[in-house]
Design a protein around this ligand. Structure first.
Ligand SMILES: *Cc1c(COP(=O)(O)O)cnc(C)c1O
Length: 423
C-alpha cells in the first residue's frame, strides 16, 4: 500500500528493478550540486551518458576515413539507419519494413500526408483533436489548402463536451459514425501534449477503417511512453520525434511508420528523393525513381549520421529494458505521484489527465486553482524543472528510465508547501 512517508519512496527506489538506469543519464545539477527534480522528459529527454561514445565513434571514423566511412566505418554509414530500425519498430509495434528513422517530425507528417491524404470532392475532410499541437494544426491546414480546400470546412475538430477537458472515446466513435463518409483522413495525436490523454487508438482505427477513412497518428508524446501496436491495429501511418521520451537530444532524428499493406503501393503519390530509391540501383544515378519497398521508400536524403548515432545509443537502453518493464514502472510511478497529489490537503489542485492508467502515459497535467506564474517560479527555484501552461496548468512527467520515487516525493512536498502559502 502506498503511503505518504519518505520511507515509502526510499523503499520503492530500493526495490525498483530499473533503478540502475538513472545512472545512465546526466541529471542537470542545481548551483549547490544537488540534482534538479527533472520532470520535462515529455519535452526534452535527458542525455544518456553513452551517447558521447557513440557520436565520438562516428567523428573518429570521419576523421580517419573521410568518404571511405560510408563503407568502412566501424558501423558503415551507408546502411547506418538500418541499425536502428528493429529497436524502433519494437517500441511502436511495427514490423521492421514498416519503420524508418528519418528527417524530423513535422517533415515526416507532411511527407505522409502527401501520400495518404487523398481528398476527393465527396471525401475531403480531416478529423483531428481540438487544440492539437500547433505544428500539427499548421501542417494539416496547409495540406488542406494545398489541395484547394478551405480549412474551416475541411477540418473537423473533436471537441470535449461542455464543461469537460478530455475527449470521450464514445464521442470520437460517434463522430466517425456520423461523418466518416466525408472524412478522408483521421489525423490525431496519440497522447495529447496538454492533457496527457492517451486516446484509444485501436478502437478509433477500427471504427475509422469501417468507414474507409485513412488513419495516421502523431506519436510525439506516445512513443517510448505507452504501449503501441501499430501493425496489429492496422494504422496506415504514424510519425514521431525522438527527443522527448526517446532521449535522442535536441532536434533529434524522427521516426515514421507505414503499414505493410502499403509497402508496394506505387499508385500513391510521394515526394521522392534518392535515398528512397531502390538500393541496388541507387548509385547508377538513373533518372527514374524506383522506390524501395516499405517505409524506407519514403526517405529523401542520406541521413545525418551524428544524430542517428545519438538515437542509436539511446535506443540501446530501450532495447535492454524493453517496453513492458518500462510501462510497468511508469504506471506505478505515475500512480504514486497521483496519490501524493491527492493527499495534499487543499481544494486548489486537480488533475486533468485521465485517472485510467491505460488512457495516459507518465505525464500528469495539474490544474492549480488561482495559480499565477510566481507559484511556478517558486517551485522552479526550489529545484523543480516542470512545464507551465497558461493560465493554470503544470505539466509533470515522471519518466521511468531516470526519475525516482524520491524525485516524486520531493516534488509533492514542494508543491504542497507552495499551494498552501502562495495565493
Ligand atoms: C513535440 C511535437 C511536435 C514538434 O515537431 P517538430 O517537427 O519535432 O519540431 C509536433 N507535434 C507534436 C504533437 C509534438 O508533441
Amino acid at each position: 500500500m502506498m503511503n505518504t512517508s519518505n520511507n515509502y519512496a526510499l523503499e520503492m527506489d530500493q526495490k525498483d528493478p530499473l533503478r540502475q538506469y538513472r545512472d545512465e543519464f546526466y541529471i542537470p545539477l542545481q548551483s549547490d550540486n544537488r540534482p534538479y527534480l527533472y520532470f520535462c522528459g515529455n519535452s526534452l529527454g535527458l542525455q544518456p551518458k553513452k551517447i558521447r561514445a557513440y557520436v565520438e565513434q562516428e567523428l573518429l571514423d570521419w576523421q580517419n576515413l573521410g568518404v571511405e566511412g560510408h563503407f568502412h566505418a566501424k558501423n558503415p554509414w551507408m546502411p547506418y539507419h538500418a541499425l536502428l530500425t528493429e529497436k524502433m519498430a519494437s517500441i511502436v509495434g511495427g514490423h521492421s519494413k514498416e519503420v524508418v528513422v528519418m528527417n524530423t517530425l513535422t517533415v515526416n507528417l507532411h511527407l505522409m500526408m502527401v501520400s495518404f491524404y487523398r481528398p476527393t470532392s465527396k471525401r475531403f475532410k480531416i478529423l483531428m483533436e481540438y487544440s492539437a499541437f500547433p505544428s500539427d494544426q499548421y501542417a494539416v491546414q496547409s495540406q488542406v489548402k494545398y489541395h484547394g480546400y478551405d480549412p474551416e470546412e475541411a477540418i473537423i475538430e473533436l471537441i470535449p463536451r461542455e464543461g469537460e477537458t478530455l475527449l470521450r472515446t464514445e464521442d470520437i466513435l460517434q463522430t466517425l459514425e456520423e461523418k466518416g463518409d466525408e472524412i478522408a483522413l483521421v489525423m490525431m495525436g496519440g497522447v495529447n501534449y496538454y492533457t496527457g490523454q492517451y486516446f484509444e487508438l485501436e478502437k478509433i482505427t477500427k471504427k475509422a477503417k469501417e468507414k474507409q477513412c485513412t488513419v495516421g497518428f502523431d506519436l510525439a508524446h506516445a512513443v517510448g511512453n505507452v504501449p503501441l501496436k501499430l501493425h496489429d491495429w492496422q494504422v496506415d501511418f504514424a510519425v514521431w520525434c525522438s527527443y522527448k521520451y526517446l532521449n535522442s537530444g535536441p532536434g533529434g532524428i524522427a521516426g515514421c511508420f507505414v503499414h505493410q499493406r502499403h509497402e508496394k503501393r506505387d499508385d500513391l503519390p510521394r515526394f521522392a528523393g534518392w535515398w528512397g530509391h531502390d538500393q541496388s540501383s541507387r548509385f547508377l544515378m538513373g533518372p527514374d525513381f524506383h522506390p524501395m519497398s516499405g517505409a524506407e521508400g519514403w526517405q529523401l536524403s542520406n541521413p545525418p549520421i551524428l544524430p542517428l548515432a545519438a538515437l542509436n545509443a539511446s535506443l540501446s537502453l530501450f532495447e535492454e529494458v524493453g517496453m513492458p518493464a518500462l510501462i510497468q514502472k511508469s504506471r506505478h510511478l505515475t500512480a504514486y505521484m497521483e496519490y501524493l497529489l491527492k493527499e495534499i490537503d487543499t481544494n486548489r489542485i486537480s488533475l486533468i489527465t485521465p485517472a485510467d492508467p491505460t488512457q495516459r502515459g507518465c505525464q500528469l497535467s495539474i490544474r492549480v486553482k488561482e495559480a499565477n506564474k510566481t507559484l511556478f517560479q517558486t517551485i522552479t527555484q526550489k529545484g523543480v524543472i516542470a512545464d507551465w501552461r497558461e493560465p493554470d496548468v503544470i505539466r509533470v512527467a515522471p519518466v521511468p528510465l531516470y526519475n525516482s520515487y524520491e524525485d516524486v516525493y520531493q516534488f509533492a512536498q514542494i508543491l504542497q508547501e507552495e499551494v498552501k502559502s502562495n495565493r
